[in-house]
Ligand binder design. Sequence first.
Ligand code: V47
Length: 386
Amino acid sequence: MVKAAQPTLKSIRDKVESGERLSLEDGLFLYQPTTPLQEVGELANLVRERINGNAGYYNINTHLNATNICVYRCTFCAFRSDLRSPKGYKMSDEQVLERGKEAIDNGCTELHIVGGLHHQMKYEWYVDLVRILHEAYPDLHLKAWTSVEINWFKHLLKGKKSYKDILQDLIVAGLGSMPGGGAEIFHPEVRQKICEHKSDAQQWIEIHRVAHNLGIKTNCTMLYGHIENSFHRIDHLIRLRNLQDETGGLQTFIPLAFHPENTGLSHIKKPSVLMDLRTMAISRLMLDNIPHIKAYWIMLGIGTAQAALAYGADDIDGTVRHELIYHDAGATTPEMLTVDNIRQLIIEAGREPIERDTLYRKVERDPNDYSKWHVAEKIEAKFVTS
Ligand code: V47
C-alpha cells in the first residue's frame, strides 16, 4: 500500500481552493502549534466567505433553563445542582410562561430551552413545558432539549417509546428545532472521563439522525480545552461531518471553549484566545458540509467572537437573556447585548449584520414597532465540493 504524503500548508491550501475534503491527517496538521495560525485563519476565511459571503448573522433570543437539578455529574458542569442544595431550583408553569412573555415583549424570535435532568419530573412535564409555551406564544420558535434529554426521556419511559415517538410527541407539542449541546467530545477515551453516564456518541448521533429524518433541524457542538487532545477534536468533527453527509440536517456548529470555574476540572486553565481562533478555523475547514459556524460571544468573550468572524465563523448567536451555564462557570461576559450592541460589534468586525431566525431565514422588522417582525427569504449557503 502506498503511504499518503504528509500534509503541508500547500497541499491543504490546494485542497481548500478546489473544494476537496480535508482528511484526519490534515486536521491534525492544522492543530500543530507550528502551523501558523494566520494561515489557518486565512484558509478558513476563504471558505467562510465562499459559503456565507460577508454576512454576520445574529438573532434575538432568550434562554430558559427550567431546572438545574440534574441526575448527572458531568465533571465540566458548574450549572447542575443536587435536589437538596440551596442552589437547586425548578420553575413553575407560571414562571415558564412569564419567560415566554418576556421573550415576546422584547422582540425575541427564539427561546433556547435546556436544563438539568430532574429525576422527580415525569416525561409529561418536559413535553408540557413545550406545549404551554407554544400554545401561549405560537410565533416564538422553541429550540428545545438536547439529545441528552431525549435519551433521558427514553430512560424515564423505560423504553416504551422510541426516539422517534418522543420527538413526534415534542413536534406535536410545538418543538421547532434542537440545540446542539451534550455532544462534548464523542471519543470514549474522553467521554467516559467527563460524562460517563450520559448518552454516548452513537446515541447522540442517532437522536439527531432521527430528528433530521422527521424534518427537525438541529445544531451541534464540541466542548474543547479540557482533557482532550487534537486527535479527539478532529475525530469529533469527522463524526459530525459523516452524519451531515447522510442527513443534511445540521445547521450550525458551535465550538464551546471550556470554562473551568466552579467545576470538577477547575485545576485546568481556560483555553487561550489563540486556541479558540484555531479551533474555530479548523472547524470551518473540516466541516465542509455544515452551513454555519457560530462564535458564541457569551462563551468566547466579545473581542474573540469579533475576531472569530475572520477565522471561519459567520454567526455570533443572539442578544441572549438569562444565560446560566457559562455564567455559573465563571464567564465574565455581560448577561445580554442590545440589538444595537450586537450589530455594532459585527460592523466593527467588518461584516454585514443580518438578523436571522432559528432556521436561518432573514428577519425583517417594522422600524416603528420593533416587536413586529416577519421572516423573509431563506438564507442559502453556497458549498463548493470537488
Ligand atoms: O452541552 C457546560 C457546555 C453546553 C460548561 O445550539 C460548558 O445554538 C464550557 O450547547 N464550560 C450547552 N462549556 C450549551 C450549548 C449551546 C450554547 C449556545 C448555542 C447552542 C445552540 C448550544 O455547554 C453543554 C456543554 O457542552 N458546557 N458546562 C463549562 N463549564
